[in-house]
Ligand binder design. Structure first.
Ligand code: KG4
Ligand code: ZN
Length: 337
């Protein structure tokens, strides 16, 4: 089955064509990062307008790169939520119009299920059961993936997402948006133990996260006589120390979840999974404890439509989505029970 995937939940306009065997024929992503950079974060109204502008060129490019036309498409998978409603509606509108015009089945996909599915794209031999950490700009959560379509939520953030913490702290430090890559760059040559920032909920038993206290700790540190811009070595030390605090919490909670669920495998996805220090530290710690850990290639970790197509594939193959009702854009939508 040839699936068209469409993703517009935040600030990436993306269309992909995916074969039933999991092979990506094309995965075109148009990022709005440059548009939102002057504002230091995503401006929802602008994001919707940019999706409207880009969705058709991106769709055309995806079809062209895949060497096919809409006539070849056999099913449509579109992100239904969670995300910015105005942005989601653009993807949903286009997806439904295509499904209606071509008489195709269409399924609405949970964006977080999409992030988890990116690991199957990266390695089709990787199969459940496993524990998945999804760490992105909007979400930070741990899941027990029992089967592809049997996912339970183990714990999520009580406040900020990990990527959001990177973005906010980068802004405080006068660094660029998005903050994750900017902090990672700034941290090079820095001492990760220079400042002992708090590990939010770190020692607590549960599998929930909290990153707002860490952000406050950076604010407090900066108020204590640190003049901005920080001199380069100090900036590197603060960036490395902050990154280490986030990474430590993500590593410990993920390992705790894997032990609790008695799985042997771990998958880490979402934009924060691009972070080199997280890859290194979780890689080492997981190996010590005998877990196999997977980080999909960075272009599949950040928002893209191939992961949405992959997450919708099974439902389409089962024959779902043949007579769809109205598809509501869901700003909040918890994955798993
Ligand atoms: O998954 P994603 O592309 O979009 C959402 O669904 O939110 O994730 C974007 C987030 C941003 O907050 C960005 O700062 C973070 O992922 N990010 C990183 C890195 N690359 C992207 N965080 C830490 N280190 C990175 N290298
Ligand atoms: Zn995402």
């Amino acid at each position: 089955m040839l699936v068209l995937g469409i993703e517009t939940s935040c600030d990436e306009t993306s269309c992909a064509l995916l074969q039933g065997d999991g092979r990506i024929l094309s995965n075109v992503v148009s990022s709005q990062v440059e548009v939102h950079r002057p504002f230091g974060g995503v401006v929802p109204e602008i994001a919707s307008r940019k999706h409207m502008e880009w969705i058709i060129p991106v769709l055309k490019e995806a079809l062209q790169r895949a060497g096919c036309t809409l006539e070849d498409v056999e099913g449509v998978a579109v992100t239904q939520g969670p995300g910015l409603v105005g942005s989601l509606l653009i993807g949903i509108g286009v997806a439904r119009a295509i499904a209606y015009a071509k008489g195709l089945p269409i399924v609405g996909v949970n964006h977080l299920a999409g992030h988890i599915a990116s690991v199957y794209l990266d390695d089709p031999s990787f199969k459940p059961p496993f524990v998945a950490l999804v760490a992105s700009g909007g979400h930070t959560a741990l899941y027990h993936v029992v089967e592809e379509d049997r996912i339970s939520l183990l714990g999520q953030t009580r406040d900020d997402a990990a990527g959001e913490a990177f973005d906010k702290v980068a802004k405080l430090l006068g660094l660029d948006y998005p903050g994750g890559p900017a902090i990672e760059r700034a941290s090079r040559g820095g001492d990760p133990s220079a400042v002992r920032f708090p590990r939010g909920l770190g020692r607590k038993e549960g599998l929930e996260f909290s990153f707002s206290g860490l952000k406050t700790a950076v604010v407090t540190y900066l108020k204590k006589g640190a003049l901005l811009p920080l001199e380069p070595q100090r900036l590197s030390n603060v960036a490395a120390s902050f990154q280490e605090a986030v990474v430590d919490v993500l590593v410990e909670k993920t390992l705790k979840a894997a032990r609790k669920c008695k799985v042997k495998k771990i998958a880490v996805t979402g934009g924060v999974a691009c972070n080199g220090r997280l890859r290194q530290k979780l890689g080492l710690r997981a190996e010590e404890e005998g877990f196999e850990v997977r980080f999909p290639t960075p272009s599949l970790c950040t928002d893209n439509a191939a992961m949405i197509a992959r997450a919708g594939l099974k439902a389409l193959e089962k024959g779902e989505g043949k007579s769809p009702g109205p598809m509501e854009a869901r700003s909040r939508w918890q994955l798993g029970t």
